[in-house]
Design a protein around this ligand. Structure first.
Ligand code: IMP
Ligand code: MG
Length: 177
């Protein structure tokens, strides 16, 4: 474990096992329906790559940048979604997020896509931090519920660092205070 990490919250093995279950659950829910999986960058890139490989059929993939954090550990209170258009018309869209915190990012994404005529929209997040919710959002698939602590690793960052850690860890307070 690296020095900046207080404790490991979710191990590599626990992540692997839970993501295999999520992939199976998604497979069972869609059966013959095609899936369009949308990776919300940057935080979801590791989870996304593992999840789609656990759905045992062809999955169309796309990528979109969204940001509500700008350096620190507090949400900026507004969400920036890149202009790049992803065509979801007639698709069974699954938005794949790293973590739902205030809920602002997903609320903004859902708003952006609901007028674009997808056949269906579902949301899948690796982590859910319900204590921090400001805007309510319906999440269809949740990997793990986590306490109100700032976590990094497995795609999640602090100031663009720690995304490469193979586990989810709690960052030492002295790193960001
Ligand atoms: P929301 O819009 O407040 O729900 O925030 C969602 C985004 O904030 C996530 O996609 C993450 O990028 C970031 N975020 C929220 N909590 C954490 C955390 O504990 N660690 C790292 N990033 C986080
Ligand atoms: Mg993110």
């Amino acid at each position: 474990m690296i020095n900046e990490i207080e404790k490991v919250l979710i191990t590599k093995e626990e992540l692997k096992e839970r993501i295999a279950q999520l992939g199976q659950e998604i497979y069972n829910d869609y059966l013959d329906e095609p899936i369009f999986a949308l990776c919300i960058l940057r935080g979801s890139f590791v989870f996304f790559a593992d999840l789609v490989r656990n759905i045992d059929k062809p999955v169309e993939v796309a990528f979109l940048h969204a940001a509500s954090y700008f350096g620190g550990t507090e949400s900026a209170g507004h969400v920036k979604i890149d202009e790049h258009m992803v065509d979801v018309t007639g698709k069974n869209l699954i938005i794949i997020e790293d973590i739902v915190d205030s809920g602002r990012t997903l609320a903004a994404l859902k708003e952006q896509f609901k007028d674009k005529s997808p056949k269906s929209i579902k949301i899948c997040t690796l982590l859910d931090k319900p204590d921090r919710r400001v805007v309510p959002v319906d999440v269809d698939y949740v990997g793990f519920v986590v306490p109100d602590e700032f976590v990094v690793g497995y795609g999640l960052d602090y100031d663009q660092k720690f995304r490469n850690l193979p586990y989810i860890g709690v960052l030492k307070r002295e790193v960001y205070s």
